[in-house]
Design a protein around this ligand. Structure first.
Ligand SMILES: Nc1ncnc2c1ncn2[C@@H]1O[C@H](COP(=O)(O)OP(=O)(O)OP(=O)(O)O)[C@@H](O)[C@H]1O
Ligand SMILES: C[C@H](N)[C@@H](CCCCCC(=O)O)NC(=O)O
Ligand SMILES: [Mg+2]
Length: 237
C-alpha cells in the first residue's frame, strides 16, 4: 500500500512595500477580501508583522474580525509611529522576534494560508540588527512588493528588488498601487509595467486602482480589486 503523505502545504505570503504609506495595507486588505469572497470556507491567518503607531491592525479588525474562523493578529504594537526598534526603545522595551515567530507558526499550524503585512520598506529596521528583508529571507516567506504609482517609483522598486536579491528574499512579483486618482492614468508614465518587469525580472501581478475611503473599507470593492490580479503567478492562490 503506498503511503502518499501530502506535503504540509503551508502557504504564507508576505506583503512588503517600497516605502511606508505606499499601499501595503490596502493591497493586503484586497487580497484578504478576495480570499473571503472566493474561498470564504477556508480559514485564513491575517497578520501585521508588528505595528508602530495606529492604523493597520485597527483596519484589519474592523474588516475581518467578524470572520470567526480567521485569526487576525498583530503580535507586537508600539505607540510611536517610528521604526520598531526606536518605538520600542521609547517604551523601554526590546523587539521580541520570538513572539512574532511563534504567532506566525501558530497561524501556519491553524490555517492553510497566512497573509502577512510587513512595515515600511524592505530596508526598514525591524530590530537594531535586522531589516524587513532579513526577516523575509530568514523565515523564507514568499513575498510580493507594493510599488506606489508615482514619479520615481521605478528607481525605488529596482533598488528594493536589488536589496531583496542580495538578501535572498523569495520575491514573487510586484503590485502597483494608485494612491491618487491621477496615478491611475499615469501608470504607463510613472511605473511602466514592461520596464519594471524587464529591470526586475519579476511579473507585475496587478494594479490596485485608486479607491475612495468607503471603497477601501468595503470588502466587495476590495475583493474586486484582486479579481483582476494575475494570481496564477502566485502559488499562494
Ligand atoms: N489604492 C489606494 N487608493 C486610495 N488611497 C490609497 C490607496 N493606496 C494607498 N492609499 C492612501 O495611502 C495611505 C497609506 O496606504 P497604506 O496604509 O496601505 O500604506 P502602507 O504601505 O500599508 O503604510 P504602512 O507602512 O504605514 O503600513 C492610505 O491610508 C490611503 O490614504
Ligand atoms: C509608522 C509607519 N506606519 C510604520 C513604520 C515605518 C518605519 C520606517 C522606518 C524607515 O524605513 O526609515 N509602522 C507600521 O507600519 O506599523
Ligand atoms: Mg500598512
Amino acid at each position: 500500500m503506498s503511503h502518499s503523505f501530502r506535503a504540509v502545504d503551508q502557504k504564507t505570503l508576505l506583503v512588503v512595500g517600497c516605502d511606508t504609506g505606499v499601499g501595503k495595507t490596502v493591497t493586503t486588505s484586497a487580497l484578504a477580501a478576495y480570499w473571503q469572497k472566493y474561498r470564504g470556507h477556508e480559514s485564513l491567518g491575517l497578520m501585521k508583522l508588528m505595528q508602530t503607531g495606529l492604523g493597520d491592525d485597527e483596519l484589519y479588525q474592523q474588516l475581518f474580525s467578524h470572520l470567526t474562523h480567521w485569526d487576525v493578529v498583530t503580535p507586537l504594537k508600539f505607540t510611536a509611529p517610528l521604526a520598531p526598534p526606536l518605538a520600542a526603545d521609547q517604551e523601554g522595551k526590546t523587539i521580541d522576534l520570538g513572539v512574532v515567530w511563534q504567532t506566525l507558526q501558530a497561524m501556519q499550524k491553524n490555517h492553510g494560508h497566512v497573509l502577512v503585512e510587513a512595515l515600511g520598506s524592505l530596508g526598514s529596521p525591524v530590530t537594531h540588527e535586522l531589516t524587513v528583508a532579513d526577516i523575509a529571507a530568514l523565515w523564507r516567506l514568499e513575498t510580493i512588493l507594493v510599488v506606489p504609482v508615482q514619479l520615481g517609483a521605478m528607481g525605488q522598486a529596482i533598488a528594493q528588488v536589488a536589496l531583496a536579491r542580495q538578501t535572498k528574499v523569495k520575491l514573487k512579483g510586484l503590485v502597483l498601487s494608485c494612491a491618487s486618482p491621477e496615478a491611475e492614468v499615469k501608470v504607463e508614465d510613472w511605473a511602466t509595467p514592461a520596464m519594471l518587469a524587464s529591470f526586475t525580472h519579476l511579473p507585475v501581478l496587478g494594479v490596485v486602482p485608486y479607491l475612495s475611503d468607503s471603497e477601501r473599507e468595503s470588502l466587495p470593492h476590495l475583493a474586486e480589486v484582486t479579481a483582476g490580479f494575475d494570481l496564477e503567478k502566485l502559488a499562494y492562490f
